[in-house]
Design a protein around this ligand. Structure first.
Ligand code: PLP
Length: 223
């Protein structure tokens, strides 16, 4: 078995204080998640609703699950009763559905708005202007069951470190802009979720508060 515990503690040691680790466990077996759990890891990220539902069923109840993938509106109802954070909100339509399903479940669901800054890596996410539009439109203020806690993004999957740094910096600057304009009085709006296995060192030097690391902890995914 891949040495999850050793790799997890190496990652932990390399993270500065105040940066939270989301262990991305998609496509990895329950035993791997339990190995990390035994080392004290409690936040795990998954990107497929059915796989997540299966794992939630059998794994310890004090795990905080983050949904990190593209979420279809028709799947929101399945995860709303238990999800700790939905990291990749990329439309007002999705936000509305989360509000509706969280209300039904009588919960407040924490979310991040996903930015599309990278040249590729993902076709999802809000452009900076679309995100400005969503916030200035203000409908989110009438959503008592949704708490917007910050921003999430993925940098381009390239070797050019200067480009990656520039994308993280763009995200960090944009965070400051919207924090000041819309969330100055809201301490819950504080998360900057950027950084994955290949680029988390660069991400933490550009203001990341939350890194999403899979491969470095669990090894290559078997699809
Ligand atoms: C899979 C995934 C990760 C983790 O990627 P690794 O390269 O395995 O660390 C992080 N964020 C998102 C959105 C992902 O889908």
């Amino acid at each position: 078995m891949y040495d999850v515990k050793r790799h997890l503690s190496e990652v932990r040691r390399s993270l500065p204080q105040g940066v939270r680790l989301v262990a991305i466990s998609k496509f990895h077996p329950e035993e791997y998640i339990m190995a990390a759990y035994e080392e004290g890891q409690r936040i795990f990220g998954e990107s497929h609703e059915q796989e997540l539902a299966r794992k939630v069923e059998i794994l310890p109840k004090d795990i905080e699950w983050h949904f990190i993938g593209h979420l279809q509106t028709n799947k929101v109802k399945y995860i709303a009763p238990y999800i700790s954070m939905i990291e990749a909100v990329d439309s007002l339509k999705l936000l509305r559905e989360i509000e509706k399903q969280a209300a039904k479940a009588d919960r407040v669901v924490r979310v991040l708005l996903e930015l599309h800054i990278a040249e590729e890596a993902t076709k999802y996410g809000l452009t900076l202007d679309a995100c400005r539009q969503l916030l200035s439109d203000g409908e989110w203020r009438q959503m008592p069951h949704v708490q917007i806690c910050g921003l999430m993004m993925m940098a381009s999957n390239v070797d050019d470190e200067a480009q990656i740094c520039q994308e993280f910096q763009t995200a960090a600057n944009f965070f400051n802009e919207v924090k000041q304009q819309y969330f100055a009085d809201d301490p819950a709006f504080c998360e900057r979720s950027w950084g994955m296995s290949s680029d988390y060192h660069l991400a933490v030097s550009h203001g990341s508060t939350m890194v999403r690391i899979g491969t470095t902890i669990f090894g290559p995914r078997v699809y």
